[in-house]
Design a protein around this ligand. Structure first.
Ligand code: GLC
Length: 568
């Protein structure tokens, strides 16, 4: 029997598969629950491989499935080379990889190098070891300020709100308050010290571990945050988390030039494999700095969140697409596109809000849905979905990789109505409920429409870890399977057709009749026309391959995209 690594090698003939891949993000705890404990698991994913195959994606990216206390949805990792027992075992991982590979689907796993969880053996060892010990040297420990070290080493804040330093109790019978450790995110996520060679070595071991088990690639969490200058003076705390407001490469926390030496080491490990393992950086950096993460000597690809942060607006889309394609061409990287993930409000909802821009969108009351929460009554769900389908069809015709988030193929809306008592996101707790956080896009998927009382729309046999609203029934996969006009059928058709485009990376802009229209051609006479306005638009004569809304009398309605094959 071939080892998982050999299976990966034999099913991956093309070392460049990732350049044009459609990658589907699975948030494992909310995808499919095989054992009725309310949490999705690896066997649940394996059971849905036929669905994923039918969808027509090229790869899945799994958010963390490692042992974790879930202080940050699994991005607080206790053990990088294991599976959370609630989600399965390493054998379940192997079975899942084999089933996905058998279906022709690559597997990307999430690597979280900026911080471990506070339950990781290294951190436990650091707490039990004295100040100045090698065990503390893997993290960022400092003495506090003030007469008795009672003040944090500086006033910096964490991303999730509150201070970025936590004080520990020193080991020993006195239980004396002692040093402080640094955490960019929740206090349960102590930052590693990437100046420590042992940290480097350990991550190389982890990359080999999953590569040997058949992982085809890695998504690198907070790739722009690993190197820090904690002695830097910061004029204002408001600047602390804005990578774009400092001189390039010199921000104390984000996007420092030295971070790339780490990825050069990783690249050597990726290239030990045939085909080489791939990686994509999660780096919220200024567009001009993205190329360094995406270089062939580095991670090879980086997320581009520009479209995700834009309005539904032709001019913004045109500018972003042109800029990113030009950058990719100049550096040899491939572009990436994404509208939704586990950290932002779903795009079908953002586009149904009066202001769809930013990660949260804004309601008529000016409230950001991610930060301040929003009243679901403000969302025009129908319009949001119409625009989301139009934007997605445009994205799926672009050269580069398209990243999709579980549930968007169902046209799923953000869940705005999660009771406070059920919330899980640390942003909610660390901000004392002011920021609602990211739970609304992480609610378990509806697979079946007609649930018995207390069931979870086919997600599992026994409830879901985040409450699903009654309106989920209308979005269930089973309902959409039976409906040729559904969003699921639309995604399947688009992804199947898209394979024809994957051989080339060229795109030619056409003059559009109207400022609200984008029009480009891909190889094979494949015209892509996106109408961001509301007036119907005459389409070029040809075969309509697919449209995001019904074309009547050769006219594309407002807020819609069509793919038209024009004979030459
Ligand atoms: C990334 C993840 C996010 C997580 C954070 C800390 O931004 O996408 O979900 O909270 O890193 O690990």
């Amino acid at each position: 029997m071939p080892t998982p690594a050999e299976t990966a090698a034999t099913t991956t003939h093309d070392a460049d598969w990732w350049r044009q891949a459609a990658v589907y993000q699975i948030y494992p705890r909310s995808f499919s629950d095989s054992n009725g404990d309310g949490l999705g698991d690896l066997k649940g994913i394996t059971s849905r491989v036929p669905y994923l195959k039918e969808l027509g994606i090229d790869a899945v990216w799994l958010s963390p499935f490692y042992p974790s206390a879930l202080a940050d949805g699994g991005y607080d990792v206790d053990d990088y080379r294991n599976v959370d027992p609630r989600l399965g075992t390493l054998e379940d991982f192997d079975e899942m990889v084999a089933a996905l590979h058998e279906a022709g689907i690559k597997v990307i796993v999430d690597i979280v190098p900026n911080h471990t969880s506070d339950r990781h053996v290294w951190f436990q060892e650091a707490l039990a070891s004295p100040k100045g010990s090698a065990a503390r040297g893997r993290y960022i420990f400092r003495d506090g300020l003030g007469e008795n070290g009672e003040l944090p080493p500086n006033a910096w804040t964490s991303i999730f709100g509150g201070g970025a330093w936590e004080r520990i109790t020193e080991p020993g019978p006195e239980q004396a308050p002692g040093q402080w450790y640094f955490h960019l995110f929740a206090k349960e996520q102590p930052d590693l010290d990437w100046d420590n060679p042992e940290v480097h070595e350990d991550f190389l071991t982890t990359l080999r571990f999953w590569s040997d088990r058949g992982a085809d690639g890695f998504r690198v969490d907070v790739a722009h945050g690993l190197k820090k200058d904690l002695n830097a003076e910061v004029a204002s705390l408001d600047l602390l988390h804005r990578a774009d407001l400092f001189r390039e490469g010199e921000h104390p926390l984000w996007d420092r030039d030295e971070v790339h030496s780490i990825y050069a080491e990783w690249r050597k490990v990726f290239n030990e494999y045939n085909p080489p393992r791939t990686a994509v950086a999660e780096a919220w950096v200024h567009a001009d700095r993205r190329a360094m993460y995406a270089s062939p000597e580095g991670l090879g690809q980086a997320f581009n969140f520009d479209l995700l942060e834009a309005d539904f607006d032709a001019e913004q889309f045109r500018r972003i697409i042109a800029k990113n394609l030009a950058e990719a061409a100049a550096t040899g990287a491939s572009s990436t596109w994404v509208f939704s993930n586990h950290d932002v409000v779903r795009h079908a909802t953002r586009y149904g809000l009066p202001k769809g821009s930013g990660r949260g969108g804004k309601g008529a009351d000016g409230k950001d849905w991610l930060l301040e929460g929003g009243d679901p009554a403000q969302v025009d769900a129908e319009r949001g979905l119409r625009r989301a389908r139009a934007a997605t069809l445009l994205m799926l015709a672009l050269p580069g990789s398209a990243y999709l988030y579980q549930g968007e193929e169902l046209g799923l809306q953000e869940v705005g109505e999660i009771p406070d008592a059920d919330r899980q996101d640390p942003t909610f707790f660390r901000n004392k409920g002011v920021e609602v956080g990211r739970d609304g896009c992480r609610v378990p998927l509806p697979w079946e429409a007609a649930p018995a009382e207390g069931s979870s729309f086919g997600f599992g046999a026994n409830g879901a870890h985040l409450p699903q609203p009654a309106w989920f029934a209308g979005y269930a996969a089973s309902v959409q399977e039976a409906d040729a006009g559904s969003t699921l059928a639309f995604y399947r058709r688009a992804l199947a057709l898209r394979h024809e485009l994957q051989g080339s990376e060229s795109l030619g802009w056409q003059d559009a009749s109207d400022d609200d229209v984008l029009h480009f051609v891909r190889p094979g006479g494949w015209h892509v026309v996106a109408n961001f306005g509301t007036a119907p638009l005459e389409l070029p004569a040809g075969e309509i391959l697919l449209a995001s809304a019904d074309v009547e009398g050769g006219k594309l309605p407002g807020e819609a995209t069509a793919w038209v094959r024009v004979a030459r």
